[in-house]
Design a binder for this molecule. Structure first.
Ligand SMILES: Cc1ncc(C[n+]2csc(CCOP(=O)(O)OP(=O)(O)O)c2C)c(N)n1
Ligand code: SF4
Length: 286
């Protein structure tokens, strides 16, 4: 039987405003299927975003939603989670929202290991505002602000999240909808801060400036550059330049065994905070 997306959508808000062929819809559908697999009550889910094309998603989803300011989605989400720890927090951001204006909030949310799932739709550009380059625009690529080719090295979102302390980190592309659903589902199951990067197509802005205005052409370009993480570990940095490395970077199982996670938080942030509250209340009673 076909999956009933309508159950999770505000159908009175459809049609959506995204360009035909935009990858954001694939990510949203993967997220909806993952929520359904968790069996969560919709009233227990809070879905938060910043500003951008990706960040328009809460307008269409029929759960508790908050469409906040550019780059600040994680701060609003942190407030909700601290006030109502039983809510399941899902946050959607574009690459600009997450790693440019919101970059500082991103690394600190990773470090705190607060229990929420952050889905970043990385389309390598500022889609909504006319195609300015972002921290993930590849070197040499064209944007409205890099008319002669981008010279800024790009962030690797997964490496950044891993180094900052996120306890589940994975990347795939919009060509792999089922894998994306599985990664988001794994992120939901992790009791801590989970980051899922979905490499996506903005053919209207990125594609049109880089001779790939057709969405299929742009998605194929992403797909052709994909290298699975296990294979990438055997390749040189030069061989991997401009590639899209996909797979699970950090899982809760790895965290227990690999040396590089030695300074990871052992507990989830709300639980640590509850203990602090208890200590403070006991001190007052004495
Ligand atoms: C404080 C602030 N600065 C700048 C903007 C303008 N602005 C809106 S969306 C956006 C970038 C969108 O790019 P991204 O986050 O990558 O999302 P996409 O549209 O590609 O999904 C910018 C710069 C804003 N709304 N608020
Ligand atoms: S401008 Fe780009 S990111 Fe925005 S809806 Fe269109 S294709 Fe998608």
């Amino acid at each position: 039987m076909a999956f009933e997306y309508e159950k999770y959508l505000r159908m009175d808000k459809i049609p959506h405003l995204w360009c035909p062929g935009c990858g954001i819809g694939i990510v949203l559908k993967a997220m909806i299927r993952a929520v359904d697999r968790m069996g969560w009550n919709k009233d227990d889910v809070a879905f938060v975003s910043g500003i951008g094309c990706t960040s328009r998603s809460p307008g269409y989803i029929d759960v508790n939603t908050l469409h906040t300011t550019h780059g600040r989605a994680l701060t609003f989400a942190t407030g909700i989670k601290m006030a109502q720890p039983t809510k399941h927090l899902i946050i959607f951001s574009g690459d600009g929202d997450a790693t440019a204006i919101g970059g500082n909030h991103f690394i600190h949310a990773c470090r705190r290991n607060i229990d929420m799932t952050y889905v970043i739709v990385n389309n390598n550009i500022y889609g909504m505002t006319g195609g300015q380059h972002s921290p993930t625009t590849p070197v040499g690529a064209f944007a409205s602000t890099t008319a002669y080719g981008n010279i800024d090295p790009s962030f690797d979102i997964c490496n950044l999240a891993e180094a900052a302390g996120a306890t589940y980190v994975a990347r795939t592309t919009v060509k792999k909808g089922k894998i994306l659903e599985n990664y988001i589902y794994n992120g939901f199951k992790n009791k801590g801060f989970s980051v899922i990067e979905a490499v996506s197509n903005c053919h209207t802005q990125f594609g049109s400036k880089n001779k790939m205005a057709d969405p299929v052409k742009l998605i194929n370009w992403i797909n052709e550059r994909e290298v699975p993480l296990a294979k990438a570990k055997l390749m040189t940095a030069d061989e991997l330049r401009n590639k899209v490395i996909t797979g699970e970077y950090v899982t809760p199982e790895m965290e227990m065994t690999e040396w590089k996670y030695y300074n990871r938080s052992k507990s989830e942030y709300c639980e640590s905070y509850d203990k602090i509250k208890e200590t403070a209340q006991n001190m007052v009673k004495k």
